[in-house]
Design a protein around this ligand. Structure first.
Ligand code: NAD
Length: 468
């Protein structure tokens, strides 16, 4: 069901008229759904601000230069790291002397330890945020608070998250986002992939989120263009919605995709499979023999699997007092039991550097009226990810979940109209996301460069008020 206000917002005359009446229309988000490239930040203005004691000049300089960007760096002298990377990649950095327009701002807050130093967030950003382009990006870099020796330092590092979440709400009006990467000691060289992604239009509907890097999963040299060449991916529930968008995104970047959906959905599944040059597989994941059938198929056709996306899911909403046992069981069987059982069956087939992404939901994080069954299943998915990630990490496999907010699909088209309208406007960006927004997050987590992320739940919710 199309969002009429978003459509209206794309029309300059309507936007002007609404402005004259003191009304605001949702911003038009800048997205990029084309293939990944080596230098996505070529010609893109990025300002790097180094707070007192900033520790990440090296990986930030490398990330930006490698991605084709000539950044403005400040305040003060440009650190040597930028000169070295500029030489290696031919991307000279310049001094960020005054406030100037930019698409992106990277703020290295890793060295902030005192309340006085925290003021740098205000001093360096307050004149600059107003000059951010539409759909602009702010990325804050911090350390895990526990790494600071003093209590004040720990509190100050924690302050960065509150700042980032509030800034994300302010930037949303112009389609902008603010996010944070928390970089522990030892994980510095893993920063480039998440930073590049957060600065890009591919993270259009991710806002107000902290990404926590780790070294749990063995690192892997990122491949920027066609990162999934030679990989085999299974996407469940891929006949439509988020699953179909994910199949398209993974195939676009080189993966051979198995498009799994239930018997009865052959026509849709076959269409998606044909579109992505993949294979349809019709299996009802609620059936006891489903995991064995899927494992046998992957073993026979491909001798293993590299990427598994547990996307199939259902809602059967009723308040608890009115919910039949059948509705409870059906929801838990598909959204949770099937994920656990399929994971068990596929674990031996997962190849090194494997990636698993599960679909949670902000309803599972925050709760929702009429969704005790659904929320229980989606919270359990987050629990599964936290529990199983460390063990898989030792094998070089990363396991994460994405938690979509309100995404425009068949599932949300079934929501009563008034609730649907409220749900859309609850995000920082005043609109629902598209299946492609979730697909781009799943794709990112499936790439070799994303090895620093495992055991996490990444919300793709536009910074929704719900689910904090
Ligand atoms: P959708 O209903 O459009 O698609 C879900 C797909 O899963 C369908 O093609 C369906 O046939 C398939 N499926 C369901 N039961 C199955 C079974 N037993 N065996 C095999 N396939 C089965 O839903 P969507 O909106 O694209 O949601 C995809 C995932 O994202 C779900 O897990 C959902 O809970 C989650 N999610 C969606 C939203 C949203 O706003 N749309 C928000 C949060 C989470």
């Amino acid at each position: 069901m199309a969002d009429r206000l978003v459509l209206l917002g794309k029309n300059p005359t309507a936007r002007k008229l609404a402005g004259n009446l003191g009304l605001s229309l949702p911003p038009t988000l800048k997205r990029d759904l084309g293939p990944w490239t080596d230098r996505p930040l070529e010609g893109v203005e990025v300002t790097v601000l180094l707070g007192p004691g900033a520790a990440l000049a090296e990986p930030v300089a490398r990330c930006l230069a490698e991605a084709g960007c000539s950044p403005a760096v400040g305040p003060g002298e440009i650190p040597d790291a930028f000169a070295r990377q500029a030489q290696a990649w031919g991307r000279p950095a310049r001094n960020a002397s005054g406030a100037e327009a930019a698409h992106g701002i990277v703020f290295d807050a890793t060295g902030l330890r005192t309340v006085d130093e925290l003021r740098a967030l205000h001093t360096l950003l307050h004149e600059r945020v107003g000059l951010l382009e539409r759909s602009g990006r702010v990325v804050l870099l911090s350390r895990p608070p526990g790494e600071a020796a003093e209590v004040e330092g720990q509190a100050v590092q924690r302050a960065v998250e509150g700042f980032m979440r509030s800034l994300a709400k302010e930037l949303g009006r112009k389609g902008g986002t603010a996010n944070q990467v928390v970089v522990p000691h030892g994980a510095e060289d893993r920063l480039p992939a998440p930073l590049r992604w957060l600065l890009s239009p591919r993270s259009a509907y991710v806002s107000g989120q902290p990404l926590h890097l780790s070294t749990t999963v063995r690192g892997h040299e990122p491949r920027w263009a066609r990162p999934l060449d030679g990989k085999v991916a299974l996407v469940t529930g891929a006949a439509r919605g988020i699953g179909a968008a994910t199949a398209r995104a993974l195939a676009r970047e080189g993966a051979q995709v198995v498009v799994l959906d239930r018997p009865g959905d052959e026509a849709h599944a076959a269409r998606v499979a044909q579109e992505v040059g993949g294979l349809p597989l019709m299996v009802d994941l609620g059936q006891p023999d489903a995991p064995a059938t899927v494992a046998a198929f992957l073993q026979e056709r491909f001798g293993g699997v590299d990427i598994v996306v547990h996307n199939a899911g259902v809602t059967r909403d009723k308040t608890l007092g009115r919910m039949s046992r059948e509705l409870w069981d059906l929801t838990l069987d598909v959204n949770l039991r099937a994920v656990l059982r399929l994971h068990q069956a596929l674990e031996p087939l997962l190849r090194s550097h494997g990636r698993i992404v599960c679909l949670s939901s902000i309803a599972g994080l925050a709760g929702n009226v009429g969704q005790t069954n659904y929320a229980a299943s989606k919270a359990a998915v987050a629990g599964f990810v936290a529990a199983a990630a460390p063990g898989l990490g030792r094998r070089g496999v990363a396991l994460n979940a994405v938690a979509p907010g309100f995404i425009e699909t068949r599932m949300t088209a079934a929501i009563p109209v008034a609730t649907r309208e409220v749900a859309r406007r609850l995000s920082n960006l005043s609109q629902g996301g598209l299946p492609a927004d979730v697909a781009e997050a799943i794709l990112f987590l499936s790439t070799p460069g994303a090895s620093a992320l495992s055991g996490q739940v990444l919300r793709v919710c536009g910074g929704s008020l719900v689910g904090a």
